[in-house]
Ligand binder design. Structure first.
Ligand SMILES: [Zn+2]
Length: 309
């Protein structure tokens, strides 16, 4: 008897519709905010970065890239800082610089989204690092534009790390993560490290065959936050529930007790990692869109996360 049931519950139904009318625009807006990342524009940035050629730490090309990135960031209205330092490496002292774009919120808690913008140095072939070094920087640049004018309570820092790559051979000892280690040391000494509520690292996420696994070295609740957002957005096939271990720029933060997650598409057997084949042809705007949307949705979720407040 649907009619009596309806009549009996008309008030509740009416209240329900009212609630729906009130909530629907909020949901639509939230979904729109989480799904608007412009991967095409990020891909255009990626192309621009690759055009600088090889960009190892201390090179003139990386200096030019840095100037361009900072110019782009300033156009978003962010507070842009360059933190220059000298790194002691197996190849001697190398000047490096992290770039930090700050978007102050009403709260002092900081969510950092970071990636590296240097490319690994190779003397025997030309390495332009489209995915490895380029894609993370391109995603952060577009993220800065997306954050412009967006209402948020948490404070956001977008950080471009220099010196992620090992100078000598492959990942050995301290010959890696120069920029992220420098930042942890600096924030420890000036007392700001405790303000970092979450650190989201992106690396090699431009890969056109995007597969991001649950990073084993990352913080559990933050991995869950990222994967819940990815699955909610319909990206389960790109974010499978599989564990994978990778050390990266988040490790110094993990070791310092900062909740961190590495969003990385890493398969050393893909045939092009750290080779001359790491070019635009292996990257796609779609992958940048997917990861960009996941980061935006994660930021929205962190605004109401009990792990932060
Ligand atoms: Zn690399």
């Amino acid at each position: 008897m649907p009619r009596p049931e309806f009549q009996k519950n008309w008030a509740a139904l009416g209240a329900g519709w009212l609630l729906l009318l009130l909530v629907a625009p909020l949901c639509l807006r939230a979904e729109g905010q989480a799904g608007n990342f412009d991967g095409e524009r990020a891909f255009a940035d990626l192309k621009h970065l690759v055009d600088y050629g090889p960009r190892p730490s201390g090179s003139a090309a990386l200096g030019e890239e840095r100037q361009w990135i900072e110019g782009q960031l300033k156009q978003t209205g962010a507070q842009v800082e360059e933190d220059a330092f000298t790194a002691s490496t197996p190849a001697g002292e190398i000047p490096m610089a992290n770039i930090i774009a700050k978007f102050p919120g009403t709260q002092s808690h900081i969510v950092m989204v970071a990636g590296h913008y240097d490319t690994k140095r190779f003397s025997n072939f030309r390495f332009v690092g489209a995915n490895d070094g380029g894609s993370s920087a391109a995603l952060l640049l577009e993220l800065a534009r997306e954050l412009k004018g967006r209402k948020h309570d948490l404070t956001y820092w977008l950080v471009f790390f220099d010196g992620e790559e090992a100078v000598r051979t492959e990942w050995e000892g301290d010959d890696n993560t120069y920029g992220s280690r420098h930042m942890v040391e600096k924030l420890s000494s000036n007392g700001e490290l405790g303000r970092i509520a979450a650190m989201i690292l992106v690396d090699m996420i431009g890969d056109s065959h995007l597969v991001v696994r649950r990073n084993a070295e990352s913080t559990g609740w933050l991995v869950d936050t990222v994967f819940n957002a990815a699955h909610r957005l319909g990206y389960s096939r790109y974010f499978p529930d599989e564990r994978w271990g990778t050390v990266d720029d988040h490790i110094p933060f993990v070791n310092a007790g900062v909740s961190s997650v590495d969003i990385i598409c890493f398969d050393p057997n893909d045939g092009y990692w750290h080779t001359a084949k790491d070019t635009l042809s292996h990257c796609s705007a779609e992958s940048l869109t997917i990861v960009g949307n996941v980061v935006l949705a994660t930021l929205a979720d962190l605004e109401k996360s009990p792990h932060i407040h």
